[in-house]
Design a protein. Structure first.
Length: 243
């Protein structure tokens, strides 16, 4: 059955939005004196169809981020391609940890040792490697997940006291404040950057250089403060479809 004109127009605009976002990423990095190649775009694809993701794949984009295990598994199966890089962005329950190794290459939201234990057990048993980022609730927003800034160093102390086969501890993640002034948003991102530098120094962590921060409304500000991974959904795909 042929695709409708509306479908074609939607996909064309999606490709154009991808190009525009990549251009903004490059400009933000260059303005900050950074190599644009040091910033990677994660297309936050929660609620999006495999067809939409396929269109971005046709444009050479292979990095996608999902928030829910149940939604992501059929999508990953439908889009099987060794070039794809899947990032899990949402909070992860321990009983869902078994689904990540072998499907996802990155987890951005680790904040529990019990989840790390489950991930390590499943990843090592399957012979897979998973990059993990620690989520930090820099703003102290009670609606957000993650470690508080005060919990970060004790958590790392406990984490580094053990061996975690199958896991590579790669950096930090945070969400910026909503409806805040640009200076306040930048301060949040700068604080995460400083935390990452402190963690590397105190614990001798290598590699631990990734900073996942910045979304549709604030990713240029995050890039200015050192983001290496930006998670863009709405600016790329438009408003998320209603369930």
């Amino acid at each position: 059955m042929p695709r409708s004109t509306g479908y074609t127009e939607a996909m064309t605009s999606l490709a154009e939005r991808l190009d525009a976002i990549l251009q903004r990423v490059q400009e933000a990095a260059t303005t900050s004196g950074r190599d644009p190649r040091s910033v990677r775009l994660v297309a936050a694809s929660k609620g999006q169809s495999p067809a939409a993701l396929s269109k971005l794949m046709d444009r050479g984009h292979w990095r996608f981020g999902e928030n829910r295990v149940q939604e992501s598994l059929p999508k990953i199966e439908a889009l099987a391609d060794p070039r794809l890089e899947w990032h899990f962005l949402g909070p992860l329950q321990r009983n869902k940890a078994r689904f990540l190794p072998g499907r996802f290459q990155w987890l951005h939201s680790l904040d529990q040792l019990a989840v790390a234990e489950a991930l390590s057990r499943h990843a090592s048993a399957q012979g897979h490697e998973l990059h993990v980022l620690l989520e930090v609730n820099v703003t102290g927003d009670p609606r957000k997940h993650g470690l508080s800034p005060e919990q970060l160093l004790p958590f790392l102390d406990a984490y580094c006291a053990r061996s975690w086969p199958g896991l590579t501890l790669s950096g930090l993640m945070t969400l910026g404040p909503k409806e805040a002034a640009p200076d306040d948003i930048r301060r949040c991102f700068a604080r995460l950057r400083d935390m990452g530098e402190d963690c590397r120094s105190r614990f001798g962590l290598k590699p631990f250089a990734e900073l996942s921060m910045g979304m549709s409304d604030d990713y240029p500000l995050a890039i200015a403060e050192g983001a290496t991974l930006v998670r863009v959904g709405r600016a790329l795909f438009g408003e998320r479809p209603k369930p």
